[in-house]
Design a protein around this ligand. Structure first.
Ligand SMILES: [Zn+2]
Length: 148
C-alpha cells in the first residue's frame, strides 16, 4: 500500500517502538518500498514513522546498497565527522547542512538475532539520517553549527 508522507513535526519528533517479532513487519516492508518508489525516484531512504507507523524500521536505497534496518542502534563511530547537505521527504524545501560521522557501527535486528555492521561514506550518512527518524530526530535537530 502506498502511504502518505508525514510532514507534521510534532509527529516526526515521537520515538518509534521496537519491533518485537517478525509478524509486525508483515505489509510494512512492502509499504515502505512502494511509497518510496512513488514518492521520489531519487530518494535514498524512508523510515516507518515517515509513513505514519511508529515502529523501528527503515528502508535504505543508496546505489547498490538496498536493505532494511530493524531496531538499529549506532553502537560506535570513527573519529571523523563530516558536514552533509541533506533534504528529507518529510521536510520538503529544506536542504541543510548536518553533522554526520564518516563511519558508524550499527547493531540491528529483532532481539535474540541481532547483528553488527559497519557503514561508511554516503550509505553511512543515509543510515544516520534514518536512525534519527526512528528516534524522533530530523535534520532540523542536527543542523550544523559553525564552530569557533
Ligand atoms: Zn528524512
Amino acid at each position: 500500500m502506498i502511504r502518505r508522507i508525514v510532514t507534521d513535526l510534532v509527529e516526526l519528533r515521537q520515538k518509534s517502538e521496537l519491533i518485537q517479532n517478525a509478524q509486525e513487519l508483515s505489509g510494512l516492508l512492502n509499504d515502505l518500498v512502494h511509497t518510496l518508489d512513488i514518492q521520489n525516484q531519487r530518494a535514498v531512504g524512508l523510515a516507518a514513522p515517515q509513513i505514519g507507523i511508529k515502529k523501528q524500521v527503515a528502508l535504505i536505497r543508496c546505489g547498490q546498497d538496498r536493505f532494511f534496518l530493524i531496531n538499529p542502534v549506532i553502537v560506535d563511530h570513527g573519529y571523523h565527522d563530516v558536514v552533509s547537505k541533506e533534504g528529507c521527504l518529510s521536510l520538503p524545501g529544506f536542504n541543510i547542512p548536518v553533522d554526520r560521522w564518516v563511519e558508524i557501527t550499527v547493531e540491528s535486528g529483532i532481539d535474540g538475532r541481532r547483528t553488527t555492521k559497519t557503514y561508511t561514506g554516503y550509505t553511512g550518512i543515509v543510515v544516520q539520517h534514518e536512525v534519527d527518524h526512528l528516534n524522533g530526530k530530523t535534520i532540523l535537530d542536527r543542523k550544523h553549527r559553525r564552530r569557533r
